[in-house]
Ligand binder design. Structure first.
Ligand code: SD4
Length: 286
């Protein structure tokens, strides 16, 4: 198994783990690998759910959620409903390192970003704006399940494990709606002694079950990362068999370097970087 490793949700996570891998293979820290890796997806306007190019809320406003957790110190930084920002993961990291609080929302998060030199920038791409206008014209009053969070987990050569995630959230969500992603334990969790996990899918369901924390606790009690992810999905289905078609997906990384993923979809692709290179792998519904 690799010394250093990075895994990320979805196929669009591949360029992000590639970037993370460049940092890790040069001896860099997992925290840098996670932030810079996620920045790649945030700045790509073709990724329609993260950073610049993501989807706005029902009022046409971009509200971003992002968080980071350091598995060595358990420091966390989280931002929710952050406006006018293309790279919310960098603001989340700044919260974890330079703010006495753990989580900032909306205008307060924006104010803090400003103090870190992150001036207002338009995160609504032309393509996203056109989609929003079409959605409005359709008279569609509901949010859409057009959403995909990037969750990135990395372990560096000193064994430090970091989890991060970033999303514009569910497309056309209610203003002020916050999903699982910025909630520590739901959207992500990291502990050097037990591992890390991150989720993606319908955050309104995921946040009810603290799925990332649960996956990490399964690894703490001896499960592999793959088995831990499967057990989280199994737990959900046992509790709610009527929700077997929910969009719920997660990835996990153990301190031993094994990784895994599980899904309620037919297929869930995810990016991997390790000493065997950079690739997209897929898990199917278990
Ligand atoms: C949310 N879980 O805001 C996020 C969106 C997502 O795949 O991950 N979609 O609900």
């Amino acid at each position: 198994m690799s010394e250093s490793i990075a895994i990320a949700t979805w196929e669009f996570g591949v360029p992000s783990v590639r970037r993370a891998g460049e940092i890790l293979s040069a001896g860099g820290a997992a925290m840098d690998a996670v932030e810079k890796g996620i920045n790649v997806a945030e700045l790509d306007p073709e990724v329609p759910s993260v950073g610049f190019g993501g989807m706005p809320n029902a009022a046409g406003v971009m509200e971003m959620d992002a968080a980071v957790m350091d598995g060595r110190t358990h420091a966390v930084g989280s931002v929710a409903a952050l406006k006018d920002c293309k790279m919310p993961i960098s603001v989340a990291r700044a919260v974890s390192e330079k703010c006495r609080h753990s989580m900032l929302v909306s205008n307060g998060a924006r104010q803090f970003a400003e103090t870190q030199g992150v001036t207002r920038e338009n995160a609504l791409s032309e393509k996203a704006s056109e989609k929003y206008q079409r959605w409005l014209a359709d008279g569609n009053a509901k949010p859409e399940f057009m959403h995909d969070t990037i969750g990135l987990l990395a372990m560096d050569s000193s064994g430090d494990i970091v989890a991060g995630c970033s999303t514009s959230g569910m497309a056309f969500k209610h203003p002020g709606r916050v999903g699982d992603s910025p909630l520590i334990g739901s959207g992500l969790y990291a502990d050097n002694a037990a591992g890390a996990a991150a989720t993606t899918g319908n955050g309104d369901e995921i946040l009810k079950f603290c799925m990332s924390f649960l996956a990490v606790e399964f690894m703490r009690s001896g499960e592999t990362a793959m088995a831990a992810c499967r057990k989280v999905i199994e737990r959900f289905i046992q509790m709610h068999p009527e929700k077997e078609n929910e969009d719920i997906n997660l990835i996990a990384l153990s301190p031993k370097g094994d990784y895994g993923a599980a899904t309620l979809r037919k297929k869930f692709p995810f990016g991997v970087w390790d000493d065997e290179g950079c690739r997209c792998e897929t898990v199917t519904r278990h």
